[in-house]
Design a protein around this ligand. Structure first.
Ligand code: SF4
Ligand code: FES
Length: 333
């Protein structure tokens, strides 16, 4: 038995227990709420960042009352007959602007020197919803520098406390040496008595981090991502949990970095082991599959990603009107 949910005027039938966010992903296009902490491959992720807020204007067929507050779509399951507004609700767009402003309160605006620039979900959100000026007058948070090993670089000031890296360490590796310590605005990613984060799958924290808090030390400052050439490749990896399917990022003949392959929502398709990621940087290590085609749109992705037209918004004048500002920005990308 399936349940019917309508999101921004588009109806879809989904399995009971599906979240609003995943129902929206089944429709696809512009009506999919952004997600900074939810990660479909990581159990229990979501519910931390509030970027996926939506308005439930009708609770269900049985109880049509609207929900009193905006809800996190990654944590709210659909009910039969539910009606949801995302980009058709000015209230949601306004709230999202507020969330972006809050995420940026302590986040340094160091995109020009950050290795994540061009692939950063916060940069994209800031571009779509951010205010031009900050209203924040206090000093931003600063942290003692912590060295978490020779492969992964931690910039705590950029962390938005999404917990994805903690879930990676819990769910993919044998031992978790890092976590979020302290509470409130003292919360920080840290390692227990300065353990290096080092095990077969630890490099995946780099791929899941939505911002530049965890970056690849072996790629650090080597190049801007938009000057590199992404190519899909695979190898016969002997690690039982790694299928060896990766993206190689070339500059000329040189492989500058290796990452897992990512989908349209910026999530990795399959997690990869550290040997594939850090130790196989020669073309001869790989069988090349061809150029990378990813539809993920980003601030600086013009040369790398296929632009898939946004079918829902483009074909619906009401949606265009409802979210003109965002639509205009997206068509400029
Ligand atoms: S370091 Fe990155 S992945 Fe980990 S909690 Fe912070 S933002 Fe999330
Ligand atoms: S993606 Fe839903 S709260 Fe972060």
């Amino acid at each position: 038995m399936s349940v019917k949910v309508t999101i921004d005027g588009i109806a879809i039938e989904v399995e009971p227990g599906t979240t609003i966010l995943n129902a929206a992903r089944q429709i696809g296009g512009d009506i999919v709420p952004p997600a900074m902490c939810y990660y479909s491959k990581l159990k229990d992720s979501g519910g931390k960042c509030r970027t996926c807020l939506v308005k439930v204007s009708k609770g269900s067929e049985k109880d049509p009352r609207p929900m009193p507050k905006l809800v996190a779509s990654c944590r709210t399951t659909v009910m039969d007959g539910m009606e949801v507004q995302n980009i058709t609700s000015p209230e949601v767009i306004e709230a999202r602007k507020g969330i972006v402003e809050m995420l940026l309160v302590n986040h340094p605006l160091d995109c020009p020197i950050c290795d994540q620039a061009g692939e950063c979900h916060l940069q994209d959100l800031g571009f779509e919803h951010g205010a031009v000026k900050t209203r924040y007058e206090f000093d931003r948070r600063t942290f003692e520098k912590i060295d978490i090993g020779d492969k992964i670089q931690l910039h705590m000031t950029r962390c938005i406390l999404c917990y994805r890296c903690v879930f990676v360490a819990n769910q993919l590796t044998d031992h978790r040496y890092h976590g979020i310590l302290n509470r409130g605005d003292h919360s920080e990613i840290s390692t227990y008595i300065q353990h290096a984060v080092d095990n077969d799958f630890s490099g995946n924290v780099i791929d899941v981090c939505p911002v530049g808090a965890l970056t690849d030390k072996t790629f650090r400052f080597k190049n801007r991502v938009w000057f590199t050439k992404p190519v899909e490749a695979h190898r016969d990896c002997d690690h039982p949990n790694c299928n060896g399917k990766v993206t190689l990022w070339y500059k000329g003949e040189e492989v500058l970095r290796v990452t897992a392959r990512k989908d349209v929502y910026g999530e990795v398709e399959d997690f990869i082991c550290n040997t594939c990621r850090f130790d196989k940087k020669k073309t001869s290590d790989w069988v090349i599959d061809g150029p990378r085609h990813v539809s993920h749109k980003s601030v600086i992705s013009a040369n790398h990603y296929d632009f898939i037209p946004l079918p829902v918004v483009k074909s619906n004048p009401v949606l265009i009107e409802a979210n003109k500002e965002q639509f205009e920005r997206e068509t400029r990308l």
